[in-house]
Design a protein around this ligand. Sequence first.
Ligand code: UTP
Length: 294
Amino acid sequence: MIKSAVVPVAGLGTRLLPATKSQPKEMLPVARKPIVQYVAEELVANGIEQILFVTGRNKSSIENHFDYDPELFQNLSRTNKRDLLEEVDFQALEAKFFYTRQAMQRGLGDAMLCGENFAGEEPFVVALGDSIIGLNAQSKAVSRMGELFESRHASCVLAVEEVPLNQVSQYGIVQPADGEGDVFRVANLVEKPKPEKAPSRLAIAGRYIFSPLVFDMLHRVEPDNRGEVQLTDAIQLLCEEGRRVFALKLQPNERRYDIGNFPSYFETFVEFALADRDYGADFRESLKRMLEKK
Ligand code: UTP
């Protein structure tokens, strides 16, 4: 069983400015909760026992969110708001949280290198802090990826999701070695290919499992022309060396909600709000009225 996860949350989030000028995009709310809370809850539900958040400047609200707040707890206890108290009691989660800082935003690969000592000699999960998997994060993909990692003696397992052909140029796309079932071996990756050059429509979807070997690859990767160390380059090196890289397709009910841009953030918020246990039904009616007015 894989017990550790690294959650990079240090990015600048420039595509969501001005919302992200002084607050992390990972703390933007999706319906009732900040995005990063869904990510942490998903990991805990998948058996993860320790989570390292790779943070940066302007990201202290993430640490504060998961911390114990004695004043709030006293207030909620005094006013008998037990339900709310349980919802914000992250100490009760069966996982320990750790934090480290990425000094300069030099890309996802560089953020992962901040987790090298934390991961040690064990395989670990990487979960992007701006992506939720499945409505209300109800996904067991990470557990299935862990089983695959162990049974196939893999060096890397990637979650992948089918995207429309006209969107392949926004993602890292996998090239299957021999056919694509729900699980398949990956021959290579192509970063943001043109539709006519795409080896498949399967995009890497924000969840990964790695053996510590990935750190050797990350140390070898040359930064790109923006000075960023790209994780996909390290995965490409794993493929080139003939290491066992596998992909696992997310199920239809495990859609990846990427919050990194406004269209997808708006859509995700509305979908989660419509599913809200108390307010979803009324919200649906007001949304219908809004749409009819147009
Ligand atoms: P993105 O690729 O969306 O980059 O990061 P970004 O910098 O946050 O956003 P834009 O492009 O400026 O709008 C994917 C995940 O990797 C983390 C982000 O916090 C996000 O969760 N990340 C990215 C880091 O931790 N460090 C980095 O240097 C870059």
